[in-house]
Ligand binder design. Structure first.
Ligand code: PEP
Length: 252
């Protein structure tokens, strides 16, 4: 089965409204026809504008970087999935290591967010990955397995089939240190095996698993060419249109 190849950008808390529109416009203008999917993960306040900018550009979608687990209500300052959907976004990044670490998002909360996102027919891009100490201890596969088990494996097969996974070793995020193509491949293969054990090989073979952690134009091609790597979730390099466009064009 041919899996969807995806280049997703995570802008994090960067870019003013004007700068965000300029970045989205530059990416939209620079896109050449591609079979892969491009997703722009913008700050919530930019979603509407960016969704409008890319509306007519084939294969480009917009993602929120977080959402609240409740559908609506007295949660001052929060963003609901219904709001996200109403401005044209189709994806929600969940479980990014920065949200896990700085906002104390744990397994149970993330499981609730996954359900809320799927309940509105949006697609979670579910992030997982280990810190350096776990990698050095050699228990990284067990660490990621627990993240998947606790926040995703309650899903029935049909619901799980919508999920996009992003493997992001924390030691590689924003550090300039990238996992080697082989390290990425080994972990992606292990994740795919976990999915096969839980949901069967059809689901495992159909799930896009993205790599995240200092993806740059110089390393994207080699990482994306690994058999179990279906693209990338890109932070820093997604803020520079030329770099991100090169990454988009790194699929063979
Ligand atoms: C990220 O934030 O998801 C990320 C991978 O960041 P960077 O590409 O900057 O390492």
């Amino acid at each position: 089965m041919k899996r969807q190849q995806i280049a997703a950008g995570n802008w994090k808390m960067n870019k003013t409204y004007k700068e965000g529109r300029a970045l989205a416009t530059a990416i939209a203008k620079g896109m050449t026809s591609t079979d892969s999917l491009v997703i722009l993960g913008t700050p919530a306040i930019h979603l509407n504008a960016v969704a409008n900018i890319v509306k007519k550009v084939p294969n480009v979608e917009v993602a929120a970087q977080n959402c609240h687990q409740e559908k609506s209500g007295a949660y001052t300052g929060e963003t609901s999935v219904e709001m996200i959907k109403s401005v044209g976004a189709k994806y929600v990044i969940l479980g990014h290591s920065e949200r896990r670490e700085y906002f104390n998002e744990g397994h149970e909360l993330l499981a609730a967010k996954v359900d809320t996102v799927l309940g509105k027919r949006l697609i979670p891009i579910f992030c997982c990955g280990e810190p350096l100490a776990i990698r050095e201890a050699g228990t990284h596969v067990a660490h990621v397995k627990k993240q998947l088990e606790e926040s995703l494996f309650h899903l029935k097969k049909k619901a799980f089939s919508k999920i996009v996974i992003a493997y992001e070793p924390i030691w590689a995020i924003g550090t300039g240190v990238t996992a080697s193509p082989q390290q990425a491949q080994d972990m992606h293969k292990a994740i795919r095996q976990l999915l096969a054990d839980k949901y069967g090989s059809d689901i495992a073979e159909g799930t896009s698993i993205l790599y995240g952690g200092s993806v740059k134009p110089a390393n994207a091609k080699e990482i994306f060419s690994q058999p179990d790597v279906d693209g990338g979730l890109v932070g820093g390099a997604s803020l520079k249109p030329d770099d991100f466009l090169q990454i988009i064009n790194s699929f063979s």
